[in-house]
Design a protein around this ligand. Structure first.
Ligand SMILES: *Cc1c(COP(=O)(O)O)cnc(C)c1O
Length: 377
């Protein structure tokens, strides 16, 4: 019998299997000394766990969990903390799938919600009800990069005994650590900056040991744990997160300045510009503005399409946070299903373009943007 081939110590311990029944009983009684040991890969697995430890460190959290996508992280986290009869508050400019999950799917289970205008703390305060259990914000938001005062937000939630959840995908843990401001839970779409190469899906949630263990239980039931191969890619991406984000902060700021001075541009949205409505708050919270810049060109949908067609370095695609610069005409991509009236109701200008800068040379990205605008008239 080739016992050593099939039962070498390294493949037998410490994951998924047991030396003997005494070892099994020790594990089942919860008295194993290795807290990361597991008997089944849907609960956790070593590669996923290694990434979770690093995400927890990045987000300054006790613990973190890795999921198969950002939406898996968000929906599992939301479901952990609400039940029938509860009420959820979120901002109107939330990620579209998060908004439809709360508005449509949660509604099917008797969970109500209120949408609040971005940045409006007074409206947020008024939206609280007896049964408000969860309040969700993104920071910065998409596509206008609104930033709410997180300290005030966290305090309002604590006073109302509601959990606060921040989707900090656009900020990354390099530019913002929401937990330092009293927020309960922070989620990221790891598909974006954390993995960083536009080649894998993933999502994370981080927070206190007690809250994260509740989410972990539901993750085991629903099964959206990250695949170990995806986890390995995300883990590799994390190693370069800080240098990528530093470059993206710098390039995006340069792009924002160039856009602000261009005659074809009606309006630029970037948190580190003084013209941004939340500039002061953004300055106090963020160590960098992130890699996304939104702007409105003169001439509406057609002008936006013409401009986007002139980009040479940037690729037309949704998503953000990867190594390559991506550009999207918002009204034709993320909101393609809406006519002008619905767009204006959703607060989206027809001429809106979103650029998500990559890690190419800053000067090349800026030249590409300037040339596209010059040639589109
Ligand atoms: C992309 C994104 C999500 C969803 O993440 P997936 O990994 O695509 O499921 C959620 N929130 C924000 C802010 C995002 O940008």
């Amino acid at each position: 019998m080739r016992i050593t081939l099939w039962r070498s110590p390294s493949c037998n311990r410490p994951h998924f299997s047991f030396e003997n029944t005494a070892d099994l009983q020790r594990f089942m009684a919860g008295s194993d000394t290795d807290p990361d040991r597991t008997e089944y890969a849907r609960n956790t697995n070593p590669t996923v766990r290694a990434v979770e430890h690093r995400v927890a460190a990045l987000d300054a959290a006790d613990d973190a969990l890795l999921f198969s996508s950002g939406m898996a992280a968000i929906t599992t986290t939301i479901l952990t903390f609400v039940k029938a009869g509860d009420h959820v508050i979120m901002f109107r400019d939330a990620y579209r799938k998060t908004r439809s999950f709360v508005a449509k799917t949660l509604a099917r289970f008797g969970i109500e919600h209120t949408l609040v205008e971005p940045g409006d703390l007074a409206a947020l305060k008024n939206a609280f009800r007896q049964r408000t259990r969860l309040v969700i914000t993104e920071l910065p938001t998409n596509p206008y990069l609104r930033c709410i005062d997180l300290g005030a937000f966290a305090k309002m939630c604590k006073d109302a005994r509601a959990k606060s959840l921040v989707d900090a995908t656009f900020a990354t843990p390099i530019n913002l650590r929401p937990l330092d401001h009293g927020i309960d839970l922070v989620v990221h779409s790891a598909t974006k900056y954390l993995a960083g190469h536009n080649d894998v899906l993933g999502g994370t949630v981080a927070g206190s040991t007690s809250l994260i263990s509740l989410v972990r239980e539901l993750r085991s039931e629903m099964g959206p744990v990250a695949d170990p191969h995806a986890a390995a890619l995300i883990g590799r991406g994390l190693k370069t997160l800080s240098v990528r984000v530093a470059r993206q902060n710098e390039t995006a700021l340069r792009v924002a300045h160039a856009l602000e001075h261009h005659p074809n541009v009606e309006r630029v949205y970037y948190p580190m510009l003084e013209s941004h409505p939340d500039h002061t708050v953004a300055r106090s919270l963020l160590s960098g503005g992130g890699g996304v810049v939104s702007f409105v060109v003169r001439g509406g949908r057609e002008a936006a399409a013409r401009t986007v067609d002139q980009f040479r370095l940037a690729t037309i695609a949704p998503s953000l946070g990867g190594t390559e610069t991506l550009v999207e005409p918002h009204a034709l991509l993320s909101y393609a299903d809406m006519d002008e009236e619905a767009l204006s109701h959703a607060g989206i200008s027809p001429g809106l373009i979103r650029i998500a800068v990559g890690i190419e040379e800053t000067a090349d990205v800026v030249s590409d943007v300037e040339a596209a605008l010059n040639q589109s008239v």
